[in-house]
Design a protein around this ligand. Structure first.
Ligand code: DON
Length: 317
């Protein structure tokens, strides 16, 4: 079953099911890494959880392990809010205001802002995500939040809820993000009040998703913006290809090159342990396992994604 190059289509369905189970069994015993604890509520996550899910663009779902366990979406939200803002404001305006170049520095770097004359560089680091959220339609923080909750729910094909405990825990400890938003304001980069924007951003990171939801959200980006379950056109195809380009260059922060080298597809990770990977035209792959490496990426998720990219023939290169 081992493939190394993209075939242009997914393998037969029973083979996808058995390869997913195979990946789950291979990596479930891996106990390297540590659960994130800089957001206090995340430290309580059960490190044994492990789920793998593939959503095909026609809505067929393949699942192994804990695919229905809900966790806060965290940084993975950045990709989908970026898509919504590109749809609303036009991807050319967003290119100028947010950028699409890698910083080569960690996701919460302040130095990256200073080194680039106050430019946030890309939508996947916190600086760029804060500017992106400041550009979300709506005259108030409440209106922007509603827009984001509705938009991310459209990507998932079901109503996503806020994890109030994670939100309150992060809101009480996110002085660094508040500082980043203030710094960006000083450079004239923010489209809305910095502290209110940080609050909306913290909420967007606290939306509850499962690996199954993330696979459907990824499959929506894989199919030119059409949700595989509801068939709703959430964003335009022209937006999707730009979002995927931004993910390829910065979805795994300063390790995006290594990710492309090993996996060969656009992806996005979050500190709660989720990773989404998009196989254009084919579908979305989502993994969930809370233990992270030093860069903040799920250890089992990364290994399982690398394995599945190979055996499912997903590598774009
Ligand atoms: O802003 C933060 O620090 C978190 N809400 C999200 C960070 C995150 O998920 C980084 N991902 N690897």
């Amino acid at each position: 079953a081992s493939r190394s190059v993209s075939t242009g289509h997914l393998p037969d369905r029973p083979l996808i099911d058995s390869l997913l189970l195979d990946a789950w069994e291979r990596y479930r015993g891996l106990d390297e890494g540590a659960v994130a604890d800089y957001i206090p509520a995340l430290a309580a996550a059960d490190p044994s959880l492990f789920g793998l899910c593939v959503a095909e663009v026609d809505g067929t779902i393949h699942a192994a392990g804990d695919v229905d366990h809900e966790f806060s979406i965290q940084s993975i939200s950045k990709a989908f809010v970026f898509a919504l803002v590109c749809q609303e404001r036009g991807y050319q305006e967003v290119l100028e205001r947010v950028g699409v170049d890698n910083t080569g520095l960690p996701f919460n770097s302040v130095m990256a802002i200073e080194l680039n004359d106050g430019h946030p560089m890309n939508p996947m680091v916190n600086a760029g995500a804060l500017v992106t959220t400041s550009l979300v339609p709506g005259a108030s923080a409440a209106a922007k939040w509603e827009y984001i909750q509705n938009g991310l729910s459209a990507f998932a094909g079901r109503r996503l809820a806020l994890d109030v405990q994670v939100y309150e825990s992060e809101a009480a400890t996110n002085q660094r993000n508040q500082g980043i938003a203030r710094l960006l304001q000083s450079y004239g980069r923010m489209g809305f009040d910095p502290l209110e924007t940080t609050d909306v951003y913290t909420r967007q990171c606290s939306l509850l998703v499962s690996a199954r939801d993330l696979a459907v959200m990824a499959a929506t980006l894989a199919d030119g913006g059409v949700n595989p379950i509801t068939r709703e056109q959430v964003v335009d195809p022209a937006v999707c290809i730009r979002v995927l380009a931004a993910l390829a260059s910065s979805g795994l922060y300063e390790h995006s090159g290594e990710w492309l080298y090993e996996i060969g597809m656009p992806g996005k990770s979050g500190v709660s342990g989720g990773i989404v990977t998009i196989a254009p035209g084919k579908g979305g792959l989502a993994t969930f396992s809370p233990r992270l490496d030093v860069a903040g990426n799920s250890v089992r998720g990364k290994r399982a994604t690398r394995y599945l990219s190979g055996v499912l023939g997903l590598n774009l290169f």
